[in-house]
Design a protein around this ligand. Structure first.
Ligand code: 5RP
Length: 222
């Protein structure tokens, strides 16, 4: 199976976690796009969604699912999202699509986080994928130096030759060279650096369940 087919497989499998009549939280990325396509078949039973990005919002609206503001909803039953890396405990690196801040907000509001990913995303230790960190622009140079002190090489993510601007009007730095053996401690530390909006380690908001697309079918990690 191709990677695209594996993504479609887990996107479809995630439907079993959607409770008819309940608001669903929707992440961002190519795997989630497959989930949104599958969700179209249930749209009459989904009263609305809270979305983690402008891109997913547009796709949800296109299939006729109302998109609600996070502030208008108290608790979301399930949040479905992809990952750039996930370990066997459900800790993830996210933010390859630059939507990490809103993703963490919607995840924090949800009772259950169902991660959907193809098997290439499963790792023993987080850190091979460049870690995305959303940063207030005036702090990027100092945050880059702080990562250098930890042994990481950080650079500002560019789009069309200029710094990418997130849905929240901030920049992203991507950090390579890190081995994140204590995801909870690492997330807590980097989160309190001045100017950091969100670090792309999801350990406090880890996945409750991971649906992994493999050549043999969907493998469920929980
Ligand atoms: C976006 C994300 C995505 O979930 C992550 O990048 C995985 O994307 P894809 O499903 O396209 O591989 O965190 O900010």
């Amino acid at each position: 199976m191709t990677q695209d087919e594996l993504k479609a497989l887990v996107g479809q499998a995630a439907l079993q976690y959607v409770t008819p009549g309940e608001i669903v939280g929707v992440g961002t990325g190519s795997t989630v796009n497959k989930f949104i396509e599958a969700l179209a078949t249930l749209k009459d039973r989904v009263p609305g969604a809270v979305s983690s990005s402008e891109a997913s919002t547009a796709r949800l609206k296109a299939i006729g699912i109302p998109v609600l503001e996070a502030n208008a909803v108290e608790t979301i039953g399930v949040y479905i999202d992809g990952a750039d890396e996930i370990d066997g405990q459900g800790h993830m690196i996210k933010g390859g699509g630059a939507a990490l801040t809103r993703e963490k907000i919607v995840a924090a509001q949800s009772r259950r986080f169902v991660c959907i990913a193809d098997e290439s995303k499963l790792v023993a230790t987080l850190g091979a994928f460049p870690l995305p960190v959303e940063v207030i622009p005036m702090a990027t140079a100092r945050v880059i130096r702080q990562f250098a002190a930890l042994g990481g090489q950080a650079r500002v993510r560019l789009k069309d030759g200029v710094p990418l601007v997130t849905d929240n009007g901030q920049h992203i730095v991507d950090v390579t060279g890190l081995k994140i053996s204590d995801p909870l401690g690492f997330e807590s530390e980097v989160n309190q650096w001045p100017g950091v909006v969100t670090v792309g380690v999801f350990a406090h908001q880890k996945a409750s369940v991971c649906l992994l697309g493999t050549a043999e079918g969907v493998r469920t990690l929980s």
